[in-house]
Ligand binder design. Structure first.
Ligand SMILES: [Zn+2]
Length: 154
């Protein structure tokens, strides 16, 4: 389950198949289908509720009632990374979104984005070479690959 959070007005709005906005109107978003969602606004962040843990908490609350220790039943929530395959940050409500997991549209979009990224990487490494040309060259550390997404979000 995806929810829109606006850093400006602190509003949280569940996404639907029609566009919805936060209280102040700076952020918005909508589902495109059962899985994919687009969102917009400089202050917009998407939250994800882990459906499995939410359903367990709802089931337990429904069948067992309040916990004896007066703590609330917990479920997992997380910030959905902008590079998650099922979300796309767009300019505004009418911008079409192409998702990484769209088998028909993504290959072409992927090539375009990879070329843009390679160009940016080339410019960065050229700048690095210039800076390090007088000093000692250190081997590049193998870090987390760009584009890695930690968790799959549905
Ligand atoms: Zn807002």
């Amino acid at each position: 389950m995806k929810l829109l959070f606006c850093k400006s007005c602190q509003d949280v709005v569940a996404l639907r198949l029609t566009a919805r906005s936060c209280f102040c109107g700076e952020s918005g978003g909508q589902y495109i289908d059962n899985t994919n969602a687009k969102f917009w606004g400089k202050k917009a962040i998407l939250f994800g509720f882990n459906n499995g843990s939410l359903n367990i908490a709802l089931y337990e609350q429904n069948t067992l009632g309040d916990r004896d220790d007066s703590y609330g039943r917990r479920f997992e929530a997380f910030i959905i990374p902008e590079k998650a395959p099922s979300v796309k940050k767009v300019e505004n409500a009418v911008t079409e979104a192409v998702f990484h997991n769209d088998p028909f549209k993504w290959p072409l979009q992927g090539i375009i984005e990879a070329l843009a990224e390679a160009e940016a990487d080339g410019a960065r490494s050229l700048a690095k070479e210039k800076r390090s040309s007088s000093g000692s060259a250190k081997p590049r550390k193998a870090g987390k690959a760009k584009g890695d997404v930690q968790a799959r979000i549905d």
